[in-house]
Design a protein around this ligand. Structure first.
Ligand code: GLY
Ligand code: MN
Ligand code: MN
Length: 456
């Protein structure tokens, strides 16, 4: 990476910065052809954002709304992490420009929106050649404010004009946004379909690489990198840190270290999601047998998780509350664990709020809303999220699992070191649900057969 602030310094004389040299300044500022830079947003995305702003305006009459895209966090020295715009800002603007701010000023009957953006520096300005964060010669060209205004049909002004005003009641604003974002419109569902389809393709790409991960000893790192490359090629990137856990790592819920081997005979848990270029993400999990066939113990765990998954998905329909699928899946798991002699109490005692002994083997939640964020709408409240009726247009995950750690002395030896999760992305429809990730099998035999179809 090129030093942005510290020039190379060799010898005894202080180096002369090029940007101080009159000769350089006279030379760099001219001789550049004008060219049009389009705002990277399409008509459908801009229209969806306009509708989102209208809903936000109706939900918060007489309130000033301020949403900021944010800035990339510092990584070290003068190097930043990759920028990813704030999801509320993207929902309301379909713009992903670092440093952008949307202000919606209330007026009788609605709001007047203004989008503030950093204007690109022209060749005569210092930032053009010296601005490592946004300068065209450093990071490439950016669309001008007029181009953004045309693309979004919105007044756009330089961010220097933003007066620093804050939102009225920012906490309520976040809550309202979570609630509004819960039901996806047609355009958003299209984006999620694309993210899920690319994720399903990514599962095949990763499965194709399992033999190499084993034979070359490249292990989990290779598979994680394989999915991330796929996600970057066919979307914006992974929607969250890709989880690849083989064998003893599979029961670790978010095994993103991915630094272990992948060995024949292990069950391999893959939890992966492509984030589309619009930033909507998928979140899908399958557990596959590394050698091509599950061991009897792996298969029995998979069968129980599958039964819980089917019971949970069956409850995803309008009229049921969000938490219904959770309780349905939990009941199946508790019964199965009881049958295996792993519960110290009856099923009813375990399912009671003060019991929950079965949760030793799955300490996490088993589903969440999905959208611009993998755990979408997290600022909502219990009554409007887990306790609320499902409505058409909601998109959520169902993801039961069982996790028997290698050092769990309550588990029989044959189950230790086995982790299985099944995770699908479901769209709530008028009559039930559609499994967006349904192209991947969920039964053990189907997964074996799917894995066998991959080239060796
Ligand atoms: N990958 C995070 C989750 O499944 O919720
Ligand atoms: Mn999930
Ligand atoms: Mn997941």
């Amino acid at each position: 990476m090129t030093g942005a602030t510290v020039p190379p310094h060799t010898g005894t004389r202080p180096p002369r910065l090029a940007e101080d040299s009159p000769g350089f300044l006279a030379r760099i500022g001219q001789g550049w052809a004008d060219r049009e830079v389009r705002a990277p947003v399409d008509v459908a995305a801009a229209r969806a954002a306009a509708e989102h702003r209208a809903r936000l305006s109706a939900a918060l009459p007489q309130r000033t709304v301020v949403l900021a895209a944010g800035h990339a966090p510092r990584r070290n020295g003068d190097a930043d992490y990759a920028f990813r715009a704030d999801s509320d800002f993207v929902w309301a603007t379909s713009c992903q420009v670092e440093g952008g701010v949307l202000v919606m000023t209330p007026r009788p009957g609605g709001h007047d929106p203004v989008l503030y953006l950093p204007p690109p520096a022209g060749p005569a300005e210092r930032d053009f050649h010296a601005g490592a964060a946004r300068g065209e010669l450093w990071v490439g060209p950016s669309a001008g404010l007029a181009a953004w205004s045309t693309a979004l049909d919105l007044p756009v002004r330089p961010v220097a004009d933003y007066d620093g005003r804050e939102a009225d009641d920012p906490e309520r604003l976040r809550t309202v946004l979570s609630d509004l974002r819960m039901v996806k419109d047609e355009w958003e569902v299209g984006q999620l379909r694309e993210a899920v389809d690319q994720t399903v393709a990514g599962f095949a790409t990763v499965a194709d690489e399992v033999p190499r991960a084993v034979s070359r000893g490249w292990g989990e790192r290779w598979l994680q990198g394989t999915f991330d490359r796929h996600a970057r090629t066919f979307g914006n990137g992974p929607g969250y840190s890709t989880i690849v856990g083989s064998g003893e790592h599979a029961p670790i819920l978010h095994w993103v270290r991915c630094d272990g081997p992948v060995l024949p005979g292990e069950a391999l848990l893959l939890d992966m999601g492509v984030e589309a270029r619009s930033l909507y993400t998928a979140d899908v999990t399958r557990t596959i047998p590394v050698g091509g066939a599950f061991t009897p113990a792996q298969r029995s765990v998979h069968d129980l998780v599958e039964a819980a998954h089917r019971a949970g998905m069956d409850r995803v329909r309008p009229g049921n509350t969000f938490s219904d699928f959770h309780f349905a899946a939990m009941e199946v798991l508790a019964r199965g664990l009881h049958d295996w002699g792993l519960l110290p109490v009856s099923v009813d005692e375990a399912l009671a709020p003060e019991g929950q002994q079965h949760r030793r083997y799955l300490v996490c939640g088993i589903g969440h809303h999905l959208g611009l964020d993998v755990h979408d709408c997290g600022s909502s409240g219990y009554e409007r999220y887990q306790g609320a009726p499902l409505r058409p247009g909601m998109v959520l995950t169902v993801e039961p699992g069982l996790y028997f750690h290698a050092h769990d002395e309550t588990a029989p030896p044959e189950l230790r070191g086995i982790g299985v999760r099944l995770e699908d992305d479901l769209l709530v429809t008028a009559s039930g649900n559609e499994v967006l990730s349904g192209a991947l099998p969920i039964d053990a035999a189907g997964i074996e057969e799917w894995a066998a179809r991959r080239p060796a």
